[in-house]
Design a protein around this ligand. Structure first.
Ligand code: FES
Ligand code: FES
Length: 177
């Protein structure tokens, strides 16, 4: 049932389609957490400043607190719950485990989703503000990773190991590409 204030939508999340009626003002973050029980995506600031709510929308990273659920209809949403392949962790998740890329873990789902997209951005040779020569493919350096991950804050200050984990995962991806 759809009213002027609510809309029936079909959301495709982690390969599954969900039909739900949402208030038109519902953010994608709230739809994921409160309607679909996908609580891996975290709410930090709820205003686009911390990156805790990062998910992938058609494989690109977005702050889901700034995205309306109705605007995600027809697009492929991937959350932290959708990254592993059964029991096998996604390579970025494994790198965070191997290199202790977290402390309390609250920012971690957003960090990992962001990192997955960063690695794809590097593979597509998209430059960043840290890229020295934009005519050449960006190198996988800690400086490049720090710049690209700068929208994901960590209150625990686990940045050193987060950057190491993302750099290692990005280098492994290059080797396996
Ligand atoms: S909760 Fe979305 S950016 Fe902080
Ligand atoms: S690990 Fe605690 S906020 Fe990042």
């Amino acid at each position: 049932m759809t009213s002027t204030r609510s809309t029936e939508i079909s959301l495709r999340v982690n390969g599954e389609t969900h039909s739900l009626t949402v208030d038109n003002r519902t953010t994608l973050l709230d739809a994921l957490r409160e309607r679909l029980d996908l609580t891996g995506t975290k709410k930090g600031c709820d205003q686009g400043q911390c990156g805790a709510c990062t998910v992938l929308l058609d494989r690109q990273r977005v702050n889901s607190c700034l995205q309306l659920a109705v605007a995600a209809e027809g697009r492929e949403v991937t959350t932290i719950e959708g990254l592993a392949d059964g029991e096998e962790l996604h390579p970025v998740q494994q790198a965070f485990v191997d290199l202790d890329g977290y402390q309390c873990g609250y920012c971690t789902p957003g960090q990992i989703c962001s990192a997955v997209a960063v690695i794809e951005e590097l593979a597509r040779e998209w430059p960043s503000a840290a890229t020295d020569d934009v005519r050449r493919p960006p190198a996988v350096t800690e400086e490049e990773i720090r710049e690209r991950m700068s929208g994901n804050l960590c209150r625990c200050g686990a940045y050193v190991n987060i950057v190491r984990a993302v750099t290692q995962a990005a280098k492994n991806e290059q080797v396996n590409a």
